[in-house]
Design a protein around this ligand. Structure first.
Ligand code: NAG
Ligand code: NAG
Ligand code: NAG
Length: 647
């Protein structure tokens, strides 16, 4: 066994997402410290000047270009998300250029890079990042760095991952070369017990974090089996530390596993639960033809929010007692297949001769032929669809027209069929569920959630619309999304609103706003609705075709507002202004109480042993309804609701 000796200077790499954030702030003004200045670093070739963030490119303007021309005209901190000086600082600015925070006064004046004021959150974020990676690379390691450089590299990578996640970013994985080294170590631990014993003794927290950092990669490249073997080492070491009384450990190693609670769950290594005591029994199919739609599970479980609920629901069921091994005992039959794995498993390429790349189900899959319990019981079959809803005239949809479709989207646009929208959800047989938001993102959102009285913005919306740079053409085609243009057109220059394209300090603004507008987008559904529960702003739904989930569990009327998309925006503005603080505070409390219904990290282990509050509980109750009362009404909330005037 040989170990790679790493360079003594270890730079945090793999920071692409973070680099994007860094770009938006005045990084150049933070380049110089102590005896390090432009004189010393830009002219000479002193490698100690640079690390992964502060590179020559960032700190030294190239010949002939001043820092100002490099960054462009106006205030560079304004030019994000595709908006530019030439589009905005003109007589007729592009729609969406300005909002309460960004206006011509602030953005169109040329500013000296060094005087530019930084957004607090961004500055804080970069500083936290620099601080934590710097202390991980220079501070005491907490164990002997043997093999030389390895534990140090793991620690720096862990700090980078941990800080970016704390600010709601996906979390940076180690760079390719570092990942290869980590994976090699972890695999050697799986294969050689002595090596594992020695490593976990030498640096227990390093060993835990090395597994946390690499397990998704191992799952994707080497398979779920190997990932489970790695994670079992993690679990046994963690329980040993707990048994010894050394948990939570002292020292400054970030504990990545605290933000990766889904890993053991997705791998089937978490404690069993009793499905919130549900009496329902569900038979779960294992169909060889569809196995490509179930892997790589860790990657699929963290993809776009509309897609991933299917992964969590399947793995949650499998770790619960409501699964019927004997089909004769089953009330329902569930076919696991994750559209979330689209593009991970090359759906539509090679698997079928179809050129329809949006279809993950192979063309030769037919419920009647491939599902042994289908005949006469198709209405007891359950499919979970997040993204990539099949068109209603797809063969599978026609065959399964009596089956229960569990979905986050109540409406969809027909593929390439222009502006015609279809009600996809059948209110009499289907079930609506919320989209998935990862627990670490929820934690980050809650950190920005302020009490109602401290909220200085009346109403906020930041999202894509027909004026967005790269995706605008899609919004132009969607008739549902027109309401977004109307929202932006009216609210952009209102002094109590923060409305416009996506912004980098999105979390901060949502957490400071009393109301969050939830306009329809490409489809009726949008994740903004569920996010508002974690930001603590009152959702104002502007989407006529949206069906909200869990109507018997959540009193939507008491905590949200639904108005027709045709409503006059000024009228809406006046209406929102008229809400008293007392009424808002009551809604805020109810929003906080309802949060658990949208948190897919609830309901696992012990929590799943009692009736409780989780999206799984909501789903099971709805399914029980479908089983017991046949085609009963679950969705009866009439549009145009708002809380009672008096509180
Ligand atoms: C980051 O590290 C801290 C301290 O160990 C831990 O409490 C937290 O859960 C970690 N967060 C993430 C997202 O990994
Ligand atoms: C799918 O993967 C290919 C190749 O990795 C990439 O070019 C493409 O943009 C991806 N498509 C989607 C929808 O993610
Ligand atoms: C906002 O801009 C519109 C034109 O786009 C103008 O008619 C209106 O008076 C402005 N309102 C405020 C409050 O500045």
């Amino acid at each position: 066994m040989s170990f790679l000796v790493l360079n003594a200077i270890i730079v945090p790499l793999g920071l692409l997402e973070f680099a994007a954030v860094a770009e938006a702030v005045n990084l150049a003004s933070m380049c110089w410290r102590d005896s390090y200045d432009a004189q010393r670093c830009c002219k000479g070739e002193d490698p100690t000047c640079w690390d992964a963030i502060f590179t020559q490119k960032v700190c030294c303007p190239s010949d002939g270009e001043s820092a100002l021309t490099l960054a462009g005209r106006g205030n560079p901190s304004c030019w994000q998300d595709g908006y530019t000086y030439t589009e905005c600082c003109v007589e007729e600015p592009k729609l969406g250029c300005w909002d309460t925070e960004f206006g011509p006064e602030k953005c169109c004046m040329d500013v000296d890079l060094h005087e530019r004021s930084l957004d607090v959150t961004k500055e804080e974020m970069i500083e936290a990042y620099v601080r934590s990676t710097a202390s991980a690379s220079d501070g005491p390691l907490g164990c002997e760095d043997k093999p030389l450089g390895f534990w140090r590299m793991v620690k720096v990578s862990s700090a980078a991952f941990n800080t970016s996640r704390q600010y709601g970013l996906p979390g940076e994985r180690p760079a390719k070369e570092d990942m290869a080294i980590i994976v090699r170590h972890v695999r050697s631990w799986i294969q050689n017990r002595e090596l594992w014993e020695a490593s976990k003794l030498a640096c227990p927290l390093g060993a835990l974090n090395a597994i946390d950092l690499s397990v998704a990669y191992i799952d994707r490249e080497l398979g779920e089996e190997e990932a489970s073997k790695a994670y079992r080492l993690h679990q046994s070491l963690r329980s040993e530390l707990i048994a010894e009384g050394s948990w939570p450990p002292i020292g400054d190693w970030p504990l990545l596993s605290e933000g990766l609670e889904y890993v053991p769950r997705m791998l089937g290594l978490s404690a069993k639960h009793s499905c919130h005591n549900s009496a329902i029994r569900i038979y779960v199919y294992k169909v060889a033809k569809l196995l490509h739609m179930q892997r790589p599970v860790l990657t699929c479980s963290q993809k776009m929010s509309q897609c991933t609920a299917s992964v969590h629901i399947h793995r949650w069921l499998e770790s619960g007692s409501c699964v019927a091994d004997d089909p004769r005992e089953a009330d329902l039959f569930y076919l696991p297949a994750y559209e979330a794995c689209y593009n991970e498993t090359a759906c539509g390429f090679g698997i079928s001769d179809s050129h329809d790349t949006e279809r993950c189900f192979p063309n030769d899959f037919s419920p009647a032929e491939d599902l042994p319990h289908w005949a006469g019981r198709s209405s007891e079959h359950v499919f979970v669809f997040g993204c990539n809803l099949l068109p209603l005239r797809d063969n599978l949809m026609i065959e399964a027209r009596q089956s229960i479709m569990v979905t986050v989207e109540s409406f969809q646009a027909e593929n390439s069929a222009g502006p015609n929208m279809l009600a996809w959800l059948s209110h009499w047989k289907d079930v609506v569920i919320p989209g998935y938001i990862p627990a670490w993102r929820i934690t980050a959102m809650l950190a920005f959630n302020r009490p109602m009285i401290q909220r200085s913005i009346l109403v906020a919306f930041h999202g894509h619309s027909s004026s967005s740079t790269n995706v605008g053409h899609m919004y132009k085609r969607s008739p549902l999304a027109r309401v977004r243009d109307r929202v932006i057109e009216y609210f952009w220059n209102q002094s109590d609103a923060s409305v416009g394209p996506p912004v980098r300090d999105y979390f901060r603004r949502m957490g400071m706003s009393r109301f969050c507008l939830i306009p329809a987008g490409l489809t009726a559904w949008t994740i903004h609705l569920y996010e508002s529960f974690f930001f603590g702003c009152v959702p104002v739904i502007l989407s006529d075709e949206l069906t909200v989930p869990f109507q018997s569990e959540i009193d939507w009327r008491s905590l949200s507002i639904q108005v027709p998309t045709t409503m006059d925006m000024m009228e809406l503005h006046v209406k929102l202004q008229s809400f008293s603080l007392g009424r808002l505070k009551t809604m805020y409390r109810k929003i906080a109480d309802a949060r658990c219904w949208f948190d897919y990290s609830q309901g696992w282990g012990d929590e799943g042993d009692k009736p409780g509050c989780s999206p799984y509980q909501g789903l099971l109750t709805a399914l029980e309804h479908r089983v017991a009362q046949g085609r009963s009404r679950l969705y009866s909330l009439a549009p145009g609701w708002e809380p009672p005037p008096r509180t």
